[in-house]
Design a protein around this ligand. Structure first.
Ligand code: P6P
Length: 335
C-alpha cells in the first residue's frame, strides 16, 4: 500500500518549491481545506434536513439552520478570517466584497474569490455540487484595507485556483501554477489524501457537455458544432453542475460549453469566481478555455464582480475544433 500524503503535507512540501514563500499562501490553502471538510459534512446531511425537520429551525446552539450555500459562504469567511492571510472575499453570495480584519496588525497579502456552493439547486435531488475558489495577490497598499481593484484582476493574475467537488466522494483539486493535484477526503481519517498527482486532461473527443435544451437559442456556429458532436457519435454528458461537468472532462477528456444565447447574451456563468478559477485549473492540466469570441478566459479584464462570460473549456483539441466552427459559420470571423 502506498504511503498516504495528506493535503497539509503536500502543501508544506510544495512550499519548498517557492524559495521566497513565507507560508501565507500555504496557510490559506490549508484553511480552505478545513472549511471544505465542514461544508462537506453539512452537504452530506442535507438530505436529513427535511426528514429531521431541521430546515428553518434552530440547532442545538440556537443558530438558525441556514440554506447550504449561505452556510458554505459563512464557513469560508470564518476560516479565511481565522487564517489572517486573507484581506477580503468576493463571493457569489454577497453583492459586494467583504473586508476581513487583519490579525495582530498583519498585512494580509491575498484576496479570495469564491462560489461557495455552485449548483446548490441540485442538492435537493442529490446531485453533486462544488465550491470554486481563486486567490489573488493584492494590488492595493497592503497596509490598508483591500479595494475593488484587488478583485477585478484578470484570471492570468491568479496565484492559486481550485475546487471541491462534493460527489460520490469529496475531492479537492487545486493549482498554484505548477500543475494540478487532486485530494480525496478519507472520512475515516478526516484528511484530504493525494489521489490524483500532476493531472493532465486527455486529448480526445469522448464527451461534449452542453444544455441541449437551449439549442434553438444558440448562435449558428454553436448549433453546427453540437450537430457535429452528435453526428460524430460523441457522448453527451450534462450534469448541470459546472464543477462536476468540468471535473469529469479533466479526468476523461471532453469539452464543456456554456455559450451566449438569446436568453443569456453574456452566458450564465460568472467570470471572477467560476470561469477564471476553472480556466486556470484546466489550462494547468493542459487544456484550454475561451469565450464565444475566441478570447482566452484568463486574459479578460473584469469590469464588475458578478459579470458573466460565455465559456468553452476542456481538451485543447476539442476547443480548437470549436474555434474552427466559429471561423467557418460566424460572419466576420473567417480564419
Ligand atoms: P443550466 C448551476 O446552477 C450552474 O450555476 C452551474 O453549476 C451549471 O453549469 C449551470 O448553472 C447549469 O445551468 O442553465 O444548464 O441549468
Amino acid at each position: 500500500m502506498e504511503r498516504i500524503t495528506t493535503l497539509d503535507e503536500f502543501i508544506l512540501d510544495k512550499q519548498k518549491d517557492f524559495p521566497f514563500a513565507t507560508g501565507e499562501l500555504s496557510g490559506l490553502l490549508r484553511d480552505i481545506g478545513v472549511a471544505a471538510k465542514i461544508v462537506n459534512r453539512e452537504v452530506n446531511r442535507a438530505g436529513l434536513v427535511n426528514i429531521l425537520g431541521l430546515e428553518g429551525s434552530t440547532n442545538k446552539t440556537g443558530d438558525e439552520v441556514q440554506k447550504l450555500d449561505i452556510f458554505a459562504n459563512n464557513k469560508l469567511i470564518d476560516y479565511m478570517k481565522n487564517s489572517g492571510e486573507c484581506s477580503g472575499i468576493a463571493s457569489e453570495e454577497l453583492e459586494d466584497f467583504v473586508k476581513l480584519p487583519t490579525k495582530e496588525g498583519k498585512e494580509a497579502k491575498y484576496v479570495l474569490v469564491v462560489d461557495p456552493l455552485d449548483g446548490s439547486s441540485n442538492i435537493d435531488v442529490n446531485v453533486s455540487v462544488g465550491t470554486i475558489f481563486g486567490i489573488y495577490r493584492r494590488v492595493s497598499d497592503h497596509g490598508k484595507e483591500c479595494e475593488l481593484k484587488d478583485f477585478l484582476q484578470p484570471g492570468n493574475k491568479l496565484v492559486a485556483a481550485g475546487f471541491i467537488l462534493y460527489g460520490t466522494s469529496t475531492i479537492m483539486m487545486y493549482t498554484t501554477g505548477n500543475g494540478v493535484n487532486g485530494f480525496t477526503l478519507d472520512p475515516s481519517l478526516g484528511e484530504f489524501c493525494l489521489s490524483h498527482q500532476s493531472l493532465k486532461i486527455p486529448e480526445n473527443d469522448k464527451y461534449y457537455s452542453v444544455n441541449q435544451g437551449y439549442y434553438l437559442q444558440f448562435d449558428l456556429e454553436m448549433r453546427r458544432y453540437i450537430d457535429y458532436c452528435s453526428d460524430s457519435r460523441r457522448s453527451l454528458r450534462y450534469i448541470g453542475s459546472m464543477v462536476s461537468d468540468i471535473h469529469r472532462n479533466i479526468i476523461k477528456g471532453g469539452i464543456f460549453l456554456y455559450p451566449n444565447s438569446r436568453n443569456n447574451p453574456q452566458g450564465k456563468l460568472r467570470l471572477l469566481y467560476e470561469c477564471n478559477p476553472m480556466a486556470m485549473i484546466v489550462e494547468q492540466a493542459g487544456g484550454k478555455a475561451i469565450n464565444s469570441n475566441l478570447e482566452r478566459i484568463l486574459d479578460i479584464e473584469p469590469k464588475s464582480l458578478h459579470q458573466r462570460s460565455p465559456i468553452i473549456i476542456g481538451s485543447t483539441n476539442m476547443v480548437d475544433e470549436f474555434e474552427e466552427f466559429v471561423k467557418k459559420y460566424r460572419p466576420g470571423k473567417e480564419g
